[in-house]
Design a protein. Structure first.
Length: 241
């Protein structure tokens, strides 16, 4: 008789497990977990309504089961979006955490000014000067057919951005213009008006650190008003007045 009782108990447990699993599945798929609120975080440059428009359709879906990859792909179409992560706040809220692309330079073109990030991605075309100044890169021709969100894939631009990426933050704030010629020789124009001839290089750190130390030196500051250029193409910097 004992095996029969044991079999009956196992059957009850199996049926109960199936019923609980089915009930839980139905509960999770019920309207109690339908997305009602969408919160966007991490925005500094992008208007919130643009992200909400790209995520249109997420409301009403199940907070646990909606297709994250599909919505990530849609939101990533925005040229200023670098990455997207989702957080669920039960029972009915989705938080969209956006990582924005950061503009590091401006490229002057015939029809305005382009913002680019450190990877050379075209972020926005501006018809007027932005409120936050960035170094201006000149000497580069960009086709008007290129649209926002695309990597400009220009070797001269890549060279210029490579230099900016190695500049000390304190020096970067003093770079007004960076001119690169067809053989990738680079000349800086500081906000003080001084021309800095850097020439060619792959590693700019030593020259840029030396430049910052020079222009920060008290002796240099004493006569900087008369300086027209600083030439770093030779072994030692030459100051021209």
């Amino acid at each position: 008789m004992q095996p029969k009782n044991m079999n009956t108990s196992l059957l009850y447990i199996a049926v109960l497990t199936i019923l609980l699993t089915l009930g839980l599945a139905l509960f999770l798929r019920s309207g109690a977990f339908a997305v009602q609120h969408v919160i966007v975080q991490g925005l500094r440059l992008i208007p919130e309504n643009e992200i909400l428009k790209l995520s249109d359709g997420i409301q009403g879906q199940n907070v646990l089961l909606f297709d994250q990859d599909d919505f990530k792909h849609k939101i990533a179409l925005h040229p200023l979006v670098q990455g997207v992560q989702f957080q669920r706040k039960l029972p009915n809220t989705v938080i969209i955490q956006v990582t924005e692309r950061t503009p590091v330079a401006l490229v002057v073109v015939p029809k305005g000014v382009l913002e680019v990030d450190a990877q050379g991605v075209f972020l926005r075309r501006l018809e007027s000067w932005p409120k936050t100044d960035q170094p201006v890169i000149t000497g580069i021709n960009i086709a008007d057919t290129v649209g926002p969100g695309k990597n400009l894939a220009n070797p001269l631009l890549t060279s210029a951005l490579h230099l900016l990426g190695q500049a000390p933050p304190e020096l970067l704030a003093q770079i007004g213009e960076l001119h690169v010629n067809t053989i990738q020789q680079i000349t800086l124009y500081l906000t003080s008006g001084v021309e800095v001839r850097l020439g060619q290089a792959n590693d700019w750190k030593s020259k840029l650190n030396a430049l910052y130390q020079l222009i920060s030196d008290n002796e240099y500051k004493s006569f900087q008003q008369g300086v027209r250029y600083i030439d770093f193409t030779a072994a030692k910097p030459v100051i021209g007045r």
